[in-house]
Write a protein that binds this ligand. Structure first.
Ligand code: FAD
Length: 474
């Protein structure tokens, strides 16, 4: 289990703010804005394909952003689509989900959607709908299995991007499925290690970068490794997951690959952190280089989790990697809390998650001897702040990395690479059905009123507003 820091120990951990005078803080903000402006001038508002009106998906996003009811029903349709086997079933769902809203928006739109499932037009509509959603999915998913993803991964390296591969799948429903998922990870490691290290593109992207000493890296979603995983079954979940994650890590160690463990919803995170500590604190894996774990800054207890991880790394005696993100389950968790009248463990105001991100970025950088910092975000302000603080503290680009999601923010990734930073892309592989949870989270994220990408590429907000310093508001 991750040792919880006692009050006394927590008081001894350096508070980044204490090390910065008021003048330093002003300088940090000024330099952050100036790096942010440099990034924006490199991007030149070139849009990720997702927001580019040349593409069909951008049209769909635009409709849904303008009409929340359409957005809800469109995403419900996307969610069930992989289970619909016939064109007739697709047209029936298309009409049921979208026709009531389409009528209110535009009669022509309704004419396109409200089709008799037995009519000849139904075949065409079914094919077009499936094709459209598949087109959207391929923007975020690099291949259906490790072999088919090799060309896309090689192209990433050729574009000076490192990668971490995620095999899509969450919440296995049976033990057969969960065990098969472990085997798929081991097989993926076998495939990547057979090919990737021999590509000329696999040579280190930044000399001496600790995170790129091997090009093969995977990210694992633990809840998919055990069908009975859940907050009412903590001890057994940790025991079973430790064995299964251990099997993956054993193979990764033999093949010289890095492993990150993703963070999930708050209910499962206790299990995830305990499993991480049990596996990587064990005799067998104590020296495993830079095992990665995730901290979500939308969570009110993110700082105490990070303190515990810093302490864990100190006790372990060899550094771990921490990917700092804001968190991907905000809608799901806040809605569940409201429905059940539970106290919500997440911030309710977006700016608080951003401010917490900056606070914890400093803490990560201040402990870079114990932690390899990895900043996972597409928000130029959040990333520019981390890079600027790192520079103020004497770190070089080889001492930390930036991480982004495959297909989400390529122009931003390219701009940070041009500024000399290492960017790793989190690259999902898999079929449409297990990929739907992931796809829906990305669609919700990009169309949310609060999304930095939406404000940058869809609303065209002013750069000075996009780079404004966030404040903790709750
Ligand atoms: C490489 C990589 C790996 C990732 N791995 C994980 C992972 O393991 N686990 C995980 O949970 N997420 C993960 N994410 C997703 C991440 O948590 C964010 O959802 C995503 O990156 C959007 O944040 P942003 O900083 O890019 O954008 P921004 O637009 O700046 O921030 C959006 C985020 O702000 C937060 N937010 C939105 N509205 C509110 C509100 N009203 N109040 C408080 N907070 C709000 C949410 O977290 C939302 O995702 C990963 C992201 C990347 C780039």
């Amino acid at each position: 289990m991750i040792p919880q820091t006692t009050q006394h120990e927590a008081a001894m951990l350096p508070e980044p703010e204490e090390y910065l005078s008021y003048v330093d803080l002003l300088e940090l903000n000024k330099s952050t804005i100036s790096l942010g402006q440099a990034i924006f001038s490199l991007i030149k508002r070139k849009k990720p394909s997702f927001f580019d009106r040349k593409f069909w998906t951008a049209e769909m996003m635009e409709w849904s952003m303008k009409n929340p009811e359409l957005k809800l029903n469109m995403f419900r349709l996307v969610d069930v689509l992989p289970t619909l086997k016939t064109n007739e079933a697709i047209t029936q769902h298309l009409a049921e989900y979208l026709s009531p809203v389409a009528k209110k928006i535009n009669p022509l739109l309704n004419w396109l959607i409200d089709i008799d499932p037995s009519s000849p037009r139904a075949t065409l509509a079914g094919i077009a709908t499936r094709f459209g959603v598949e087109q959207m999915a391929v923007q975020f998913i690099a291949g259906h299995d490790p072999e088919s993803a090799l060309p896309a991964l090689r192209k990433l390296r050729a574009n000076k991007l490192a990668f971490t591969v995620d095999l899509l799948g969450e919440y296995s429903l049976s033990e057969k499925e969960a065990v098969a998922y472990v085997d798929r990870y081991i097989e993926a490691l076998n495939v990547f290690s057979k090919f990737v290290p021999y590509w000329p593109e696999a040579k280190p992207l930044i000399k001496g970068h600790r995170g790129d000493s091997t090009p093969v890296c995977i990210s694992v979603k633990l809840t998919a490794l055990y069908s009975q995983c859940g907050p009412l079954n903590v001890d057994r979940s940790v025991r079973v997951l430790s064995e299964r994650l251990g099997a993956i890590v054993r193979r990764a160690k033999e093949l010289n690959a890095f492993v990150y463990v993703d963070a999930e919803d708050s209910g499962n995170n206790e299990i995830i952190y305990k499993t991480f500590a049990r596996v990587f604190g064990s005799e067998e894996f104590r020296d495993f280089p830079y095992p990665g774990i995730v901290v979500q800054t939308y969570s009110k207890n993110a700082e105490s989790i990070l303190d515990s991880l810093i302490e864990f790394s100190r006790l372990r005696g060899s550094p771990i990697a921490v990917r700092l993100v804001k968190g991907a389950y905000w809608d799901h968790e806040t809605i569940s809390c409201d429905q059940n009248d539970w106290e919500c463990p997440l911030f309710r105001i977006k700016e608080s998650s951003d401010a917490n991100y900056e606070l914890l970025s400093k803490k990560l950088i201040d402990h870079h001897d114990l932690i390899l910092p990895a900043f996972g975000s597409h928000n130029v302000r959040s990333l520019a702040h981390a890079c600027t603080y790192a520079k103020m503290k004497g770190l070089q680009p080889k001492d930390f990395e930036l991480q982004m999601l495959f297909g989400m923010a390529d122009p931003i990734a390219q701009a940070f690479i041009d500024e000399g930073y290492l960017v790793r892309q989190y690259t999902p592989l898999g079929e449409m059905l297990p990929g739907m949870g992931y796809l829906i989270r990305r669609l919700l994220e990009n169309t949310s009123n609060e999304s930095f990408l939406r404000h940058t590429f869809f609303e065209d907000d002013k750069i000075e507003d996009l780079l404004r310093q966030p404040e903790m508001r709750e």
